[in-house]
Design a protein around this ligand. Structure first.
Ligand SMILES: [Fe+2]
Ligand SMILES: [Fe+2]
Length: 162
């Protein structure tokens, strides 16, 4: 079964969203490097690389289906944040947004009875669950610590191990 034009366009859109995510996390990594929080910088750099891998997964999928890939323009990410908590809150809500995008892709694939795309998307459904869990639990820790700088430093050490 040939993949539909609408599905190809929606996946190309998602390729852009994954590269935008990568850039957002790379900018967060740069923010943390500048703030002297090297563990968080390292964590965000890994996150950046994961997002590039997500984009590549979608790219390779379109190649496999014989569809045209459009390499997107990447949006300039936000550079300034108040503190580590604001960064991770932004990352958490960004992941929730990406999950809603993935669900829309699932809706489209379902309505088209495109079972191959549905099967590919299942990996992303699971991945988003993990991404929300990871960023959400860091937000909870940082919220608990509040202005405890020593505590934030401990979380920084912990995130260096990713
Ligand atoms: Fe992603
Ligand atoms: Fe993500």
């Amino acid at each position: 079964m040939k993949i539909s034009d609408a599905m190809v366009a929606a996946i190309n859109d998602q390729i852009k969203a994954e590269f935008d995510s990568a850039y957002i996390y790379l900018a967060m990594s740069a923010y943390f490097e500048d703030a002297g929080l090297e563990g968080m910088a390292h964590w965000m750099k890994k996150q950046y690389k994961e997002e590039v891998e997500h984009a590549e997964k979608f790219i390779d999928y379109l190649y496999e289906r014989g569809a045209r890939v459009i390499i997107p323009e990447i949006a300039k990410p936000k550079e300034a944040y108040a503190d580590a908590l604001e960064v991770f809150k932004t990352a958490y809500s960004h992941e929730q947004y990406v999950t809603s995008r993935i669900y829309k892709l699932v809706d489209l694939a379902s309505s088209e009875k495109d079972y191959a795309t549905l099967s590919m998307l299942q990996w992303f459904v699971n991945e988003q669950m993990e991404e929300e869990d990871n960023t959400g639990s860091i937000v909870s820790k940082l919220e608990f610590l509040g202005s405890d700088k020593h505590g934030v430093y401990t979380v920084d050490r912990e995130l260096a191990a990713r």
